[in-house]
Design a protein around this ligand. Structure first.
Ligand code: HEM
Length: 129
């Protein structure tokens, strides 16, 4: 599977879960977990979809093992972080290590993405491909 396809497929699943979560918060009138909903949507939908757009524009990265690892690490980090933030904001301190761990994982994945972008954009050819 192309890296961009993985991004697009995973991001639409994340946003469906995120929107259902938002609806649940609205209907139950309990917004306490909203930071987790916000992170799930912004990391899992917006950022992941944007990664997909970048990879789709640069076909040379579509089969890159580093790019594939970057996306999987991002997906795992998003799930771990959303669970941790949800636990913390609903009064469960046990969520702290998950929120912290997830944050470090997504930071690592963003550093990998930054490396891929800088390597590509400084290669002297920023044209697609
Ligand atoms: C069915 C769709 C959605 C519903 C029903 C929903 C519902 C909610 C609710 C109830 C809150 C809490 C508001 C508060 O207490 O201040 C919230 C916050 C938030 N949502 Fe959603 N949401 C939806 C989709 C999305 C999507 C697609 C995104 C991002 C792309 C998003 C991003 C956010 C953000 C960033 C916040 C935090 C806003 C703040 O800081 O006050 N939501 N949402």
């Amino acid at each position: 599977m192309n890296v961009s396809s993985l991004c697009f497929r995973a991001s639409v699943l994340f946003v469906i879960v995120g929107m259902l979560w938002g609806l649940h918060m609205a209907i139950s009138e309990d917004h306490s977990a909203f930071p987790a909903h916000a992170h799930l949507n912004l990391l899992g939908w917006v950022s992941l979809f944007l990664f997909g757009v970048y990879y789709r524009f640069h076909p040379a990265l579509e089969r890159s093992r580093l790019a594939l690892a970057q996306v999987w690490i991002w997906i795992v980090g998003t799930i771990v972080m959303a669970i941790g933030v949800a636990l913390v904001h609903t009064g469960h301190d046990s969520g702290n290590p998950f929120a912290a761990g997830g944050s470090v994982i997504v930071l690592l994945a963003m550093l990998m993405f930054a490396w891929l972008v800088y390597r590509r954009e400084f290669s002297g050819n920023s044209q697609p491909g």
